[in-house]
Design a protein around this ligand. Structure first.
Ligand code: THG
Length: 377
């Protein structure tokens, strides 16, 4: 892959992987980058605000090839996936995607993937940034399960924004474009049937195409770009501001490996009343009443600075009651919105707090919800 499109001074090596959409994403004007699942991906194109405003009004193509798949195939595949999550996957329909908290035996979060069934006894676990595959391989080896586990050559392409439906209908037809939220279907991509799901890391609507292999990726990108020419389509990436406004959590920021799904606010995905086979059932039953939990927080004052570490949250007299893990200035709502992990004593709506940001102490308050989500529902 040529490096001429690399809009960065970051030194490259082979082990810092790039998806087949990397070059087109670079040509689309990528400026900021991060490493996620050992993959190099773009995070912004214009200013964060302009990327955000565009995502909210048009449609963007996102190289989210870093959402790596763990493929688990074989007669014990469902059993193994179920061992890792408290969400009851026996109810998952063949065309459904499930957001699943994954946990270790003690009920602590190991990842928060999207699960889908590719075919009977064959699952893809679409992971956030942690080495979950090793956990599955370890369990499969230790328990002698009848499964094979590997990372397939699959690179999701995000098609996100309010005009994504319009684009998908033009390219793949009305039936494919009208699938329900978190449902998937197969669409034709240059003669190959690939999975298209209505999902993605934004609250603006859209799809994810689970692109298989590398051949033809430029052609697909170009086809989508020309089909969406009059929709103001652009290259883009998940927007930190938009996802925080909408309360979409990020593993290793808002969810850390010392947290349970209950603490992460994912208790509705914990079916601890059923004998699912999740290895953490007993542990999670004891942890179902958390003493700290994720909460939406408003931080007063001018736009908050970028975060390079957690910010401590205290009560108004200075006693620690939690931390802020993500904070943004929400352009639409003209205020600072944050994701906090807050002690039970201080998590009620409207509780007054102090947030110790990197440029000073601000007053703050627990919100009733994330504004990007309230607006949608
Ligand atoms: N899509 C796919 N894989 C992924 C992500 C993705 N892997 C990494 C990362 N993102 C995993 N984390 C999330 C977090 C939130 C959501 C998806 C993946 C999400 N949540 C919805 C919400 O909270 O409203 C829906 C949850 C539900 O009700 O099921 O979409 O983005 N393929």
């Amino acid at each position: 892959m040529p490096d001429k499109y690399l809009n960065t001074t970051m030194p490259m090596t082979v082990r810092m992987r790039r998806s087949p959409f990397f070059n087109r994403s670079q040509e689309g004007g990528a400026k900021g980058h991060i490493v996620y699942n050992n993959m190099f991906i773009a995070t912004h194109f214009d200013t964060p605000e302009s990327d955000y405003q565009h995502l909210k009004r048009a449609v963007q193509l996102w190289d989210v090839g870093c959402e790596r798949q763990i493929e688990i195939q074989g007669p014990d595949a469902a059993k193994l996936v179920q061992m890792s999550t408290p969400r009851d996957i026996s109810t998952m329909l063949p065309d459904q995607c499930f957001y699943i908290p994954t946990v270790d035996r003690d009920g602590y979060m190991t990842n928060d993937p999207v699960l889908l069934q590719v075919e009977p006894d064959r699952y893809w676990v679409s992971i956030a940034d942690s080495d979950l595959m090793l956990y599955y391989k370890g369990l499969a080896a230790g328990l002698n399960l009848d499964v094979t586990i590997h990372e397939p050559d699959v690179s999701p392409l995000g098609i996100q924004g309010p005009l994504a439906d319009n684009l998908a209908e033009r390219v793949w037809g009305a039936d494919a474009a009208s699938i329900g939220f978190f449902r998937h279907t197969r669409v034709d991509v240059a003669g190959k049937p690939m999975i298209l799901a209505r999902s993605g890391y934004s609250l603006q609507g859209g799809y994810e195409l689970y692109y298989e292999g590398a051949d033809g990726s430029d052609e697909l990108w170009d086809l989508l770009m020309s089909a969406g020419g009059d929709l103001d389509i652009r290259a883009g990436a998940p927007s930190q501001t938009e996802r925080v406004e909408g309360g979409l959590l990020s593993y290793l920021s808002d969810i850390t490996s010392d947290m349970t799904p209950f603490e992460a606010g994912l208790g509705h995905f914990c079916h601890v009343d059923r004998e699912t086979g999740c290895l953490a059932l007993d542990a999670l039953r004891k942890k179902a009443q958390p003493v700290r939990q994720v909460r939406p927080v408003t931080i007063a004052g001018e736009p908050v600075p970028p975060m390079t570490g957690f910010w401590q949250v205290t009560d108004t007299s200075g006693a620690p009651v939690g931390r802020i893990s993500s904070a943004v200035y929400a352009y639409t709502y003209h205020e600072n919105i944050a994701i906090g992990l807050i002690d039970r004593s201080h998590w009620n709506v409207d509780t007054e707090l102090l947030v110790h940001t990197s440029n000073g102490t601000r007053s703050a308050k627990i919100r009733s919800g994330f504004p990007g989500r309230q607006a949608k529902s």
